[in-house]
Write a protein that binds this ligand. Structure first.
Ligand code: PRT
Ligand code: MG
Length: 220
């Protein structure tokens, strides 16, 4: 049995076409079903639904053989024990610094002010500001980062941005791009050895599908 860990929402949705390219069809809709283990058309492949931030933990510890997770999550979690064969180029976004549109970020940085930064991405934020030589007090949040500067909890946030609509709707502006983010395939090290043939087959099918999509996009 091959177990693939996915999170509901954008990663699940964007993974379906890749699975299809590998001849795998998930037989239940996670938005309708309450099941956490979803069968596929292949008796030897199943999908388990976990929180996005739990995917690396599941795969690292053998709760799943493979998983798909954002680079943001992988960096925060630490990924030394995971084999990462493929950037799937899905769930793309960027991780950025944002502030209230009436906050002079450049001035605060020039002044050497101590910035209060709220984020779910403490490791990424710490590393980014340390490299910049900016002193920060990091405030760990688990969601709704956008609220922090609006309520005075922080001066800035470090968060994921895709369209920028959420920032705009909350009178926030992006002042620095930290890095581009996409989702990766991650594989348990022991599974890779013990179930080499079916896992290689999956990696190859995904890799073919990613290449085909890139080729189609560069033509369009
Ligand atoms: O929701 P939950 O707490 O369970 O977990 P999660 O938020 O980590 O999971 P999920 O499914 O929301 O995100 C999974 C992964 O998708 C992330 O780890 C990223 O790698 C990737 N991804 C891609 C995104 C976005 N794009 C994105 N836009 N994750 C979150 N967002 C947020 C963004 O921060 C903003 O709040 O979506 C909102 C809309 O973004 P805009 O810029 O389009 O308005
Ligand atoms: Mg979310």
């Amino acid at each position: 049995m091959i177990t693939l860990a996915l999170s509901k929402g954008r990663i699940f949705d964007e993974t379906l076409p890749l699975l299809q390219a590998a001849g795998i069809e998930v037989l239940e809709d996670p938005e309708k079903s309450r099941k956490l283990i979803l069968p596929t058309n292949r008796a030897d492949v199943r999908v388990v639904l976990v929180r996005a931030s739990d995917v690396p933990t599941y795969v690292e510890n053998g709760g799943a053989d493979l998983g798909i997770t954002g680079k943001d999550t992988l960096i925060e979690h630490g990924s030394q024990n995971l084999y990462q064969p493929l950037d799937l180029q899905i769930a793309k976004c960027r991780i950025s610094v944002a502030v209230r549109n009436d906050f002079d970020y450049a001035f605060a940085v020039r002044q050497g002010a101590r910035l209060r930064v709220a984020t779910k991405y403490v490791a990424i934020a710490r590393d980014f500001f340390a490299t910049k030589g900016v002193h920060v007090d990091l405030i760990k949040l688990y969601g709704s980062m956008e609220l922090a500067p609006l309520t005075g909890l922080s001066d800035a946030i470090v968060d994921l941005v895709s369209t920028g609509n959420t920032l705009r709707a909350n009178n926030l502006v992006e002042v620095e791009r930290i890095m581009d983010i996409s989702s990766r395939l991650v594989v348990n090290q022991a599974s890779l050895k013990l179930k080499q043939a079916p896992i290689r087959e999956l990696i190859d099918a995904f890799s073919g599908a990613v290449a085909a999509r890139e080729a189609a996009q560069s033509k369009a």
